[in-house]
Design a protein around this ligand. Structure first.
Ligand code: BJW
Length: 246
């Protein structure tokens, strides 16, 4: 019994004939690599309060506390490897005429799996930004030698280059994400609880643009009511199964 057995012939045909594909991924895609998700029993927000760690106000109040949390997560992430879900999505770039990968994940695992240009709408935990000059740099030091880290040019504080609650997504990146949703004929929404805006609205944008929308998740989400099919199962199993029918 395979997780894709429930797909109708019509949907299978839509998958096979798709030319332009967009996927939106969330924390669930990285769960099989060992990355904790945010919500749910084992989720990060179960042990840590989002407003004390993932807001600009939290950083202003106590940058060391926020950086200690990110340093802990970076150290946890550093040795982790992409799983078959990430790898299948990377291969989709060769399989389809156009493939846009939009991710809410900041862990960098899609790039590690070989995806060329993932649209990282919530940023990247391996990038820092100077709060004075705005310069973004890659930084892979784990653990960090100095907490909070400082800009090598001007000594101002560095922050993680991540979109916190209440902050706007970068307009150019958001435009790429909306364009990917509007202009595809097949849209996958994978491993996300669909709780955080504006990411959660992308599946609806794709649907209204005429795409077939397929959700992959361990459980039903608020998005399930607006998609063409929900595959209940591990993304690291469902995606390779989908690849087999192409
Ligand atoms: C598996 C699996 C397996 C497990 N296989 N599946 C309207 C109303 C109210 C508030 C707002 C609103 N519009 C905007 C807001 C404010 C806010 C928001 O959305 N709040 C909601 C909580 C209500 N949005 C923002 O602030 C955004 N900015 C913005 O909109 O600016 C304009 C604005 C500002 C203020 C007000 C109004 C407008 C920015 C959002 C940035 C989110 N950043 C975070 C934290 C980053 C910090 C960090 O990483 O260090 O990004 S929040 C956190 O949630 C993280 C994630 O990217 C994001 C989404 O989580 P995700 O990926 O869905 O993970 P989970 O854990 O929730 O779900 C995992 C799923 O996987 C589950 O469903 C499992 O079942 C499944 N799963 N294993 C398949 N193996």
């Amino acid at each position: 019994m395979s997780v894709i057995d429930g797909l109708s012939d019509d949907i299978i045909e839509k998958i096979k004939s798709a030319k332009s594909v967009t996927a939106l991924t969330g924390a669930g895609v990285s769960a099989e690599s060992g990355v904790p998700t945010f919500r749910g029993d084992e989720g990060l927000w179960n042990n840590y309060r989002a407003e004390e760690l993932a807001t600009p106000e939290a950083f202003e109040r106590d940058p060391s506390l926020v950086w200690r949390w990110y340093d802990w997560r970076r150290t946890l992430l550093a040795p982790l490897k992409p799983n078959p879900g990430h790898e299948t999505l990377a291969r989709f770039e060769q399989r389809f005429d156009k493939m846009t990968l939009i991710t809410q994940n900041v862990d960098g695992l899609h790039r590690k799996a070989g995806s060329e240009e993932p649209v990282e709408i919530h940023g990247n935990i391996w990038h820092t930004q100077c709060i004075s000059e705005g310069t973004v740099r890659e930084n892979r030091e784990t653990p960090l030698k100095e907490i909070p880290p400082r800009c090598p040019d001007c000594q101002a504080l560095l922050r993680p280059h991540i979109v916190w609650f209440g902050e706007s997504l970068e307009p150019a990146i958001l435009n790429r994400a909306f364009e990917g949703a509007e202009k595809c004929d097949l849209f996958f929404v994978i491993g996300t609880s669909g709780m955080v805006q504006p990411a959660a609205s992308l599946a609806g944008v794709a649907k209204r643009g005429g795409a077939t929308v397929i959700e992959i998740n361990l459980e039903k989400t608020p998005l399930s009511y607006d998609v063409d099919a929900t595959l209940l199962g591990l993304s690291g199993e469902a995606l390779p199964e989908i690849e087999k029918i192409l």
